[in-house]
Design a protein around this ligand. Sequence first.
Ligand SMILES: Cc1cc2nc3c(=O)[nH]c(=O)nc-3n(C[C@H](O)[C@H](O)[C@H](O)COP(=O)(O)O)c2cc1C
Length: 331
Amino acid sequence: MPVLLLALLLIGCGSAPADVSAREAPAQTPAPVPTGAPAREAPAADEQPAEHGNVLVLCFSATGTTKGVAEKIAALTGADLKEIEAAQPYTAEDLNYDDRATRATVEQNTPDARPEIANEISLDGYDTVYLGYPIWWGQAPRIMSTLVESRDFTGITVIPFCTSGSSDIGQSDDALAAQAGSGSWLQGRRFSGSVSEQELQTWIDETGKATGGSAMRLYINDDEVTVDWEDNESVRALLALCAEQPLVVETAAYGGFEQVGSIGQSLPRSDSQMTTQAGDVVLYAGDQIVLFYGSNSWAYTRLGRITDRDAVELAALLGGENVTVTIASGA
Ligand SMILES: Cc1cc2nc3c(=O)[nH]c(=O)nc-3n(C[C@H](O)[C@H](O)[C@H](O)COP(=O)(O)O)c2cc1C
């Protein structure tokens, strides 16, 4: 990739497309979390992809760089690998960003351009999709919009990644998540074409924890407690929320049995009537987290359960007027 040429082009700006500003450092805000997506049934055994479980690495790559990274991710994860093929393949001239009249640049300047996909791409049976693409003028190529708008990601954890000359992933992952409107999208990551397997493995380990949710840590004020997290969409969305930086929730005592506080946005929910016990961690009304040191009967979505404190210890931790609950990703 002619980084220098591209940098000069971008600094020159005279011929840059109008949307070049999207190529700024990635925002710290997590990808939008779709709400209300119904939980997906586990695929039946005979629906499982034959060899590699339920993980797919899916990429579009015009000149092979993203495909190279995708191949490494697939090899490291043992996932299936699939390439998105354009019905009209991109020629070298189509990709010539020195000429703003060429195809790729014109498409990027046309937000509703949706280049056709040539091949069959089914997400059936997958619950994790690593989704890769090159950065074109700070965004994902429009063919990625064609893909995400025409597929149902419900029940799938989507892990975006990209390659570029130098730009970061910017808002491109957020934009795709919004266009998809389904699935649990984690914060994406940009790699150079020469990324090492070690760097990829570290990232894969992080995302693996993210998809399982089991490595989320929870602090009540300064005390870390052990939580047995549920494996559900709400927990995955919660983890996506704290993937970049810890989520801090200020809670207030309510009813003499719980601490409740706003998460700041809605998570997918599947409420059911339950009677909670001391130690239960639940989602209330989709956007509030509740930690119990007593019991209550209401419709909640279960998030997890504190396993290393008894009721007396929980009352001591949670019985005050206010506490600060911090949720962080990582082991
Ligand atoms: C039309 C076009 C626009 C590009 N825009 C950017 C950009 O904004 N920032 C950047 O760092 N690289 C940019 N690149 C470089 C590609 O992101 C980079 O070469 C990428 O690794 C190519 O991946 P691929 O081989 O999988 O297609 C652009 C390339 C093309 C063809």
